[in-house]
Design a protein around this ligand. Sequence first.
Ligand SMILES: Cc1cc2nc3c(=O)[nH]c(=O)nc-3n(C[C@H](O)[C@H](O)[C@H](O)COP(=O)(O)O)c2cc1C
Length: 370
Amino acid sequence: MTNPKKNEPLKFAYWVPNVSGGLVISSIEQRTDWGIDYNRKLAQIAEQNGFEYALSQIRFTAGYGADNQHESVSFSHALLAATEKLRVIAAVLPGPWNPALLAKQIATISHITNGRIDVNIVSGWFRGEFAAIGEPWLDHDERYRRSEEFIRAIRGIWTEDSYNLRGDFYRFTDYSMKPKPLGGIPQIFQGGSSRAARDMAARVSDWYFTNGNTPEGLKAQVDDIRGKERAFGKSWPARIGMNAFGIVRETEQEAKAVLQEVIDKAIPDAVRGFHHEVQNAGNSSPEREGNWAKSTFQDLVQYNDGFRSNLIGTPEQVAERIIAHKRAGADLILMGFLHFQEEVEYFGKKVIPLVRELEAQEAGSLQAAE
Ligand SMILES: Cc1cc2nc3c(=O)[nH]c(=O)nc-3n(C[C@H](O)[C@H](O)[C@H](O)COP(=O)(O)O)c2cc1C
């Protein structure tokens, strides 16, 4: 079982630029903006052009160009208020958030927004950020143990009355939160690629978000998660979302030239500083298999290894490569761009329809083979 939902249309998400400075550590022009007006319009463009989800980011402090960072839950709420069908995934960091507050906050937002809010539980990679806000720095696997308990707690609060938990991090006693979220439980995403991240996905999460990768690299992670889900007896498969940085242009030459310019204009000190900092993440996991464990200088110019997914070329090339990622197990592709409003629209008009055509062809040949 590689992809449990292989006949379902692939979903598309975009990174909400609620953090300043864009998604590449480069002085190339990035026509984007972290402010609310730009983001409201972007969300509307996205939902009109085939994007089902938006993912906000949580950062408490500056680093590598991200001088300003809007808080994710309130920002996500504002985007939901400006849209009609987009789902917005709010990133949340256990530690600063506790599960009682988050469960309550999200339940209320779900009532205000017709059940369109979801959450992305992140485990933290930025030690300087924890120090700045006085958060104890747990080691890699402890951060995941806390995140897993956090996810169990919010799911329990959202689904049960008289909820009890005697955990190592959180405690609940006969807690009945009301109202429950509108329209069922918000979808629980998580971010990270290490063994601990895969274990957590195979035990408690609805979605596993990972950094950009090749189809082979993605498939290895998906196979591992499926094996673990069987071993742990999880009754629903985690769906898979993968990051990609899109550079889609009329010709392959143009797209490759833009990538080259991004790299040529990379800000070396900032890329090296980011590299140093992310050693606290995947590279510090016991198996050294997490996000950024194998990233090159070029990979690190994009915060989440987005060039490795290779969505850089013509609309036709990019659509074919997206289908290869789907075959490898992706259920969702998370997109970042240089010029968000323009490129979300271009991608939605030029690439997503080609993906739908290829999916229809695949479905036809699958049926013929049955
Ligand atoms: C798609 C995606 C989104 C993420 N968003 C955030 C975020 O908003 N804030 C944050 O602090 N970390 C974020 N992370 C980082 C992860 O939560 C995690 O700390 C990091 O990937 C290292 O985990 P690993 O060692 O399991 O790979 C994100 C990761 C991914 C893949």
